[in-house]
Design a protein around this ligand. Structure first.
Ligand SMILES: [Zn+2]
Length: 315
């Protein structure tokens, strides 16, 4: 339960949404709910979501009347789920063509909008974007090259070649993300492309035939030259850029000398809580976005040190 509570701190998972898994195979229910007045369509075009323009952008969710003109030409329609009032569908628009929906607002990157949005809206946009992108990239069968078609309310695609018939399901890429500690210090690194002063936890993708623990030990060794021990699971966060699942861990270091891989990191250091507090207060040091699991890993460690709350520093 503790892990679940931590995961709900993290954005990009729509926790108040019933995913309506039992409705996905019910074609009659699907067709009826596409027309229902309580249906709402989350448009996705070229991996972007649609927002109103102006000072306080809000996501545009189309009603069945608004969406009617686009349903026939949609590349994908996916049943996302239901909350107490509405049934939500993702509507993927063909990337090859311009869309008349640009007249209703502006298509923007989720990363741009995430910090401005209410959490539940943000999670719905992330879910819609991930599903639309998966459909766009799986139009042809990986086994035989024939076209595929959407089934199961948009949660699978099946090969149209009768002799093949391979079914494909949306997949996420698991990645570990870890806060390594040594005594009263923690290990943070920075990539050269990050904004100035930003340091974060180490992270990397899990490879085929590799356990999470082995991936974690490998990544920390490769990026910072540090050996780890005492790995503990922390929480997880879907990271829709484009479709990762971040699996968060805490680990203790079994070695101290840092040797960075300069292809991955520009710098990595051991930080005390005092150094982090001072750097944040002076503006010389920055942490990742507060909506990210990397922030929550650092916060969990920092706040256990009796020096107050990390998220209040610099606010
Ligand atoms: Zn096939």
């Amino acid at each position: 339960m503790e892990h679940y509570t931590r995961s709900t701190l993290n954005y990009f998972t729509p926790r108040a949404l019933d995913r309506a898994v039992d409705k996905r195979e019910d074609d009659a229910w699907f067709a009826a709910h596409l027309q229902d007045a309580n249906a709402r369509f989350v448009p996705v075009w070229r991996e972007k979501n649609l927002y109103t323009t102006g000072d306080a952008p809000k996501p545009v969710f189309l009603s069945p009347t608004d969406a009617d003109a686009f349903i026939a030409t949609a590349e994908s329609i996916v049943l996302l789920g239901q909350d107490e009032n509405k049934t939500y569908f993702a509507i993927g628009l063909p990337a090859e063509r311009d869309t008349p929906l640009v007249g209703m607002g502006k298509f923007r990157n989720l990363r741009w909008a995430a910090v401005l949005l209410e959490e539940q809206e943000c999670a719905l946009l992330a879910y819609a974007k991930s599903m639309a992108l998966w459909h766009q990239r799986h139009r042809f069968c990986g086994a035989c090259g024939s076209p595929t078609e959407s089934i199961s309310g948009g949660h699978a695609r099946v090969c149209t070649d009768a002799g093949c018939g391979q079914t494909n399901f949306p997949q996420m890429s698991p990645a570990i993300i870890v806060l390594v500690t040594l005594g009263d210090r923690c290990l943070l690194g920075r990539k050269p492309e990050w904004p100035q002063g930003v340091y974060s936890t180490l992270a990397g993708f899990v490879e085929p035939a590799e356990s999470l623990e082995a991936a974690l030990a490998r990544e920390v060794r490769e990026e910072a030259g540090i050996e780890v021990k005492s790995i503990r699971y922390f929480a997880s966060q879907p990271w829709p850029f484009p479709n990762s699942l971040m699996l968060g861990f805490m680990a203790q270091a079994a070695s101290e000398e840092i040797r960075i891989d300069q292809d991955e990191l520009e710098d990595a250091r051991w930080f005390t809580r005092e150094e982090i507090r001072e750097g944040l207060a002076q503006g010389t040091f920055r942490l990742p976005l507060k909506l990210s699991i990397s922030f929550h890993l650092i916060e969990n460690w920092f706040d256990a040190g009796g020096m107050g709350s990390l998220r209040k520093i610099g606010d």
